[in-house]
Design a binder for this molecule. Structure first.
Ligand code: FAD
Length: 407
């Protein structure tokens, strides 16, 4: 018997005609969602318009995760997600599957002494969520433990257990560990409804009859929602990042280092570094694109700014040529409270959301599991604080996690 193909480009003969649930979007959020839906016994089909899984926003991220969250609803997603990443081979049931997870830590620092109280409060909140390894650091402690951080930085927080991983390996693990089918190079062009709600997903390769759809379309989640007459409270905001080629001055054992005031950060990557500036003045776009343009001077502006965080970057900059720097861009998706949209949409029976992320890599394992529990009726919609209805219900609390690019 021929092996069942799970990840493939379908033709008229192999396009599934029916599914219990169709997941739209094959980034890390969609693939984690498909994994958990298939685990709950549902015949799950994921539809991805591009030629591979996790080829849009997900690989443009810096692939990092942190337990240092102050919003309860975010902590409730990220903490179990990190546990799943830490036990990934077991989670997906593939012995030895390695996602290159590194616990090099997240270090937030500030040159503003007035921030110290706020950072101490943040650490107290982390501890109240069980993240007891989160520490407040004063100027002397920062200097002693992280000599490559500017002496101007007078306070900070650090959590050694935060870190980063390979999103490629995580995506492949979720896909291979599931019994879902993943249709590549297949674009969703419409969603049909009848008196009972969702009844089919139309694609450029044919129609799949289904009663359940999960919108995991990342920057295109608004376009998908509009197919069923729903407008989502999401904004797409471009976020650029720079990859710096290996240089001897870059400490390989450093954590992800973040200047809270300027919203700049860098972390080591294979002898080189990833770095970014989360520009608070970047405007939302109503028309996100797949090939997100970068600014020609972004790397130079960033290198200049980041020396305030770590002065050694001035020395590195002296030695850099254009070919040492690669700038890429994707989108952060923002909701009014900067927390994702998860779960069923009341107005359209069978239409579910898992979108609206600026930190989808670190939240996706548990968010996918929650969607599966909601679809299977194992969790009541009212017990899910990230439902779309929270805005109309007036249950919104604005978050204050650092590094969102919004204050
Ligand atoms: C510079 C930068 C740094 C970041 N760093 C981090 C970080 O360190 N940690 C973190 O947690 N997050 C980070 N993020 C955010 C993170 O990358 C995203 O939140 C996450 O990748 C979102 O995943 P997704 O699956 O929702 O979206 P995507 O990866 O964009 O996937 C959505 C998929 O839907 C598909 N799709 C859309 N429309 C259709 C259609 N009509 N038919 C079929 N398929 C469709 C797309 O092709 C795409 O593959 C960063 C983002 C950026 C830009």
């Amino acid at each position: 018997m021929a092996p069942v193909r799970k990840i493939f480009v379908p033709d008229a003969a192999t396009l599934p005609k029916t599914a219990d649930v169709v997941v739209i979007g094959g980034g890390i959020v969609g693939v984690a969602t498909a994994f958990w839906l298939s685990k709950s016994g549902l015949d799950t089909v994921l539809v991805e318009m591009r030629e591979g899984l996790s080829t849009l926003t997900t690989p443009l991220s810096i692939e990092s995760f942190r337990a240092q969250m102050t919003e309860k609803a975010m902590a409730d997603l990220v903490l179990p997600s990190i546990r799943m990443y830490e036990n990934f081979a077991e989670t997906v049931g593939i012995p030895g599957h390695d996602i290159a997870l590194k616990h090099q830590g997240y270090l937030f620092v500030s040159d503003d002494a007035a921030m110290a109280e706020k950072l101490k409060q943040a650490v107290a909140v982390h501890h109240s969520y069980g993240v007891t390894g989160s520490e407040f650091l004063n100027q002397a402690e920062i200097a002693a433990r992280f000599p490559y951080i500017s002496e101007r930085m007078v306070c900070g927080t650090f959590h050694q257990n935060d870190g980063w991983l390979s999103t490629h390996e995580a995506t492949q693990g979720f896909a291979k560990g599931s019994s879902a089918r993943f249709l590549l190079a297949t674009k969703v062009t419409g969603i049909d409804t009848d008196d009972d709600g969702i009844c089919a997903v139309r694609t450029d390769r044919g129609t799949i009859a289904t009663r359940q759809v999960v919108n995991c379309a990342g920057p295109f989640a608004q376009a998908i929602a509009r197919m069923v007459g729903v407008t989502l409270p999401v904004d797409a905001v471009r976020r650029q990042k720079v990859h710096v080629a290996p240089k001897p001055q870059i400490p390989r054992n450093a954590p992800l280092c973040i200047d809270i005031g300027q919203e700049t950060y860098w972390r080591p990557e294979h002898g080189g570094a990833l770095m970014a500036w989360v520009d608070p003045d970047e405007k939302p776009t109503a028309n996100p694109v797949e090939d997100v343009p970068t600014d020609w001077d972004y790397a130079a502006v960033l290198l200049d700014k980041i020396t305030a965080l770590s002065p050694f970057w001035a020395d590195v900059a002296e030695t850099l040529s254009a070919s040492d720097l690669t700038t890429t861009a994707g989108y952060y998706m923002y909701t009014p409270d900067d927390q994702p949209l998860i779960g069923p949409v009341e107005a359209v029976n069978g239409f579910h959301l898992n979108c609206g992320y600026w930190a989808g890599v670190m939240l996706s394992p548990e968010a996918g599991r929650r969607v599966a529990r909601l679809v299977a009726g194992e969790m009541k919609p009212e017990d899910n604080p990230l439902r779309l209805g929270r805005f109309a219900e007036g249950l919104v609390s604005t978050g204050d996690s650092f590094l969102r690019g919004r204050h």
